[in-house]
Write a protein that binds this ligand. Structure first.
Ligand code: ADP
Length: 153
């Protein structure tokens, strides 16, 4: 069984994340969207709410599992029997960052491979950061987030 983990903060999930998940589904038997808990990071949305957004977005998709973890990503993948990490890349900044992490995870995770999907061009400027900035500024971020969570924001 091919299991992949998409780790992230999802603070909140955007249409860019949703697109990566849906496009990756034909590649895997199961895809775990996992919210990594980093005690140092400050989040806009509490963990429970970020998980609820993810559950609502992928309620129609039986291959997607939503989870949360605190340990090293490589150790979490081993525990879940996942041999693949899924990440999206938007630009060279993402690439440069992801490059190091992917090598590290392959080393730490005993061959744990990272699969990259390039962002769809229409979502390549979407980020959780811009959604948070719009919300903090009192604007309307509906078009940047999955349709399923618009009423929950
Ligand atoms: P992190 O806190 O690890 O950066 P995020 O929740 O921001 O986690 O992102 C998780 C994954 O989704 C990362 O691989 C990131 O590059 C990818 N991603 C974020 N926004 C987009 C987008 N608009 N299109 C494609 N991939 C994206």
């Amino acid at each position: 069984m091919n299991i992949a983990v998409l780790p992230g903060s999802f603070d909140p999930i955007t249409k860019g994340h949703e697109d990566i998940v849906r496009r990756a589904l034909p590649l895997f038997d199961k895809l775990i969207v996992a919210v990594g808990i980093n005690s140092v990071k400050k989040y806009l949305f509490p963990l429970e709410q970020r998980l609820a957004f993810l559950e609502a977005t992928f309620a129609d998709e039986p291959k997607v599992e939503i989870d949360t973890y605190q340990k090293l990503t490589a150790d979490y993948c081993a525990e879940k029997g996942a041999r693949f990490i899924l990440r999206g890349t938007r630009n060279s900044t993402d690439y440069n960052y992801e490059n190091t992490i992917a090598h590290l995870n392959r080393d730490l995770g005993d061959g744990l491979e990272t699969i990259f999907l390039m962002s769809a061009p229409e979502y390549s400027f979407y980020s959780s950061t811009i959604v948070r900035e719009i919300i903090k500024g009192g604007g309307n971020a509906d078009k940047y987030v999955p349709d399923a969570i618009v009423t929950m924001l």
